[in-house]
Design a protein around this ligand. Structure first.
Ligand code: CAO
Length: 559
């Protein structure tokens, strides 16, 4: 037995990465190459496999930590002498001696029978688009790697989307990405060049030559199913064509736009869980092992209580029946994009878990609008736009500071409130791809001009699809403004685990009674939805009255 410290291996170009999942706990027995932790950079997710079998003595990192190549991650009591000092994340398998036999101690392992680490053979390869089951060009909707990334075999290279399906094209071998030969938004078809890679292969298995063109061996295809058409062959032409062609490399598998790491996928296979039905609670909706465990727990509870698993969330709510709409007229099937699916999951999760109440009020923003109009020339000079939104952000920050119960979250076990001492506010942005919520940080410490610049920057980045996950995390409260679009009021859904959300509708001039006469005032209709487990109607009344007062007196916003 030896005690070893396992370090973060070569990160393939990434400088810092986040620990997003711990796959083991102290006391766990791990096998060679079993995942220890999962790391995520802004470009890729990678498992760190154990370079040896043994028992985990201690975890040196925790979820959310940022690490670099060489950082210590796990203390491991190895069962036997290591084969390699630290297995790289995407290393090829160590060579196994052909005459490997069971040892006297009864332990059979690759580690025992190999005496020397094997130098990988490198060869340059062009990866081409495999048989995608259709002759129509498909769109590259996501490039999941960057030049310099080290990939394992089957790691996703790009995601392509045809009319009826989304496909993940994985690396056909482990190696380094040297060049990406396609662009996001570009069209490709079977046989097109996709990427240039430096393949890493163990000599014994190495059957490819430099510059040889190889096809990815596996592609995963998501069947797009829709109500009433699951049994209709027309609905799945990509898959059925591929199957008819007998394409050996095509494997119907878990959807490419299911965001889950290898450890969760393995567990899902073991448990027989369809990952499409599991809501991910990790960053960017990533499905964690806990999500799978929760799903199975709920499914068992629902089955035992005789309830259905109607909507796939084990809620016991009867499922909406499938309808064959074709019976009633012409239809078109439009597959949901990943962002729509994530929004749907988040909305449903909040709607089902959070007891929502919505209250309404109006703010008199006549003076605010006069002040804003007077600042327009300066805004132009500064090269920015000053809409009502920065004022709303500032007013919400003040209302949150004065009503701290709105700046809380409730823990999932219902035992504690988490009181936040910072004021980060999300702004819902409507983009051509769907709804996203960038978060403006420390709103209470910023002036109107800075907020205007940040809102405009965030909204542009959101529309260009350039927001990083970090820029969409950490919100305490959200503003959803439909003011530029119209409407008198709406009931926004809380962006859980936040407690409240402000809905902003279109301002208009209304007659307001001042005690002796009606006078025209610019009134802004507002709604606040909140989690009734955390705050009650009186709390919201106080929060809302405070907010409306702030908006009615711009001098207060300067305080
Ligand atoms: N009443 C009247 N006019 C309003 C207004 C309101 N409440 N809010 C904004 N406006 C005006 C602005 O002042 C601007 O006009 P001027 O240039 O003359 O000043 C115009 O409407 C356009 O504003 P905008 O929409 O470009 O900018 P914004 O700061 O108000 O909003 C953003 C930015 C990102 C919030 C918005 O573009 C957006 O995406 N809104 C949709 C959010 C959404 O979809 N929410 C629903 C989520 S739940 O499905």
């Amino acid at each position: 037995m030896t005690t070893d410290i396992i370090h973060v291996p070569d990160l393939g170009g990434a400088e810092t990465v986040e620990v997003i999942e711990l796959c083991v706990a102290p006391g766990d027995t791990v096998e060679l190459e079993q995942s220890l932790i999962v790391l995520e950079s802004d470009k890729a997710t990678m498992d760190v496999p154990s370079p040896k079998a043994g028992i985990v003595k201690a975890l040196i990192v925790k979820e959310g930590d940022t690490v670099i190549e060489g950082s210590a991650i796990v203390e491991l009591e190895a069962e036997f002498e290591p084969v390699v000092e630290a297995a790289p994340v995407f290393a090829s398998e160590p060579e196994v001696s052909p005459d490997a036999t069971e040892s006297e101690g009864g332990i059979t392992s690759k580690a025992e029978v190999v005496s020397e680490p094997v130098e990988p053979v490198m060869s340059e390869q062009i990866v081409i688009v495999p048989d995608i089951g259709t002759s129509d060009p498909v769109e590259v909707i996501e490039i999941t790697v960057s030049v310099g990334d080290m990939l394992s075999e089957d790691d996703s290279l790009v995601v392509v989307e045809g009319d009826k399906a989304t496909m993940d094209i994985p690396a056909p071998f482990a190696g380094e990405v040297l060049e990406i030969l396609v662009e996001e938004g570009g069209k490709v078809t079977t046989g097109d060049n996709l990427a240039r890679m430096m393949a890493v292969a163990a000599p014994a298995q190495d059957s490819v030559q430099a510059e040889e063109i190889v096809e990815p061996s596996v592609i995963t295809i998501e069947a797009v199913t829709s109500p009433g058409v699951q049994s209709d062959s027309e609905a799945l032409p990509v898959i059925s064509e591929a199957q008819e062609l007998g394409s050996p490399g095509v494997e119907l598998s878990v959807s490419a736009d299911i965001y889950a790491g290898p450890a969760s996928r393995t567990l899902a296979r073991e448990l027989g869980v369809d990952l499409r039905k599991v809501a991910g609670s990790g960053p960017r909706g990533r499905i964690l092992k806990e999500d799978l465990q929760g799903y199975v727990k709920n499914a068992v509870a629902a089955a035992e209580s005789g309830q259905g698993v109607g909507n796939g969330m084990a809620s016991g709510i009867p499922a909406v029946p499938d309808v064959d709409f074709k019976k009633f007229g012409e239809i078109e099937i439009i597959p949901l994009k990943k962002i729509h699916k994530l929004t749907a999951v988040n909305m449903q999760r909040s709607w089902l878990n959070v007891p929502h109440v919505t209250q309404f009020d109006e703010a008199d923003i006549t003076d605010l609008e006069d002040f804003r109009a007077s600042l327009k020339p300066e805004a132009e000079k500064r090269g920015t736009r000053l809409t009502p939104l920065p004022f709303l952000l500032k007013a919400c920050a003040h209302a949150l500071l004065a009503n701290a119960e709105f700046n809380r979250s409730i823990t999932s076990d219902g035992e504690n409130f988490v009181q936040k001492k910072y004021i980060h506010i999300g702004v819902a942005v409507d983009t051509p791809k769907g709804l996203v919520v960038p978060v403006i940080r420390d709103v209470d410490t910023k002036g109107l001009w800075q907020l205007a610049v940040e809102v405009n920057d965030m909204a542009s980045k959101a529309r260009d699809g350039k927001l990083s996950p970090a820029e969409m995390q950490g919100g305490c409260f959200t503003i959803s403004s439909l003011g530029a679009i119209g409407g008198n009021g709406f009931t926004p859904i809380v962006n859980t685990p936040e407690v409240g959300i402000l809905g902003v509708s279109k301002s208009q001039i209304k007659p307001v009674w001042n005690g002796s006469e009606f006078i025209p005032r610019m009134m802004l209709p507002l709604s606040v939805s909140y989690d009734h487990r955390v705050v009650n109607g009186a709390d919201c009344g106080r929060f809302f009255t405070y907010l409306v007062k702030e908006l009615g007196d711009t001098r207060r916003l300067a305080l």
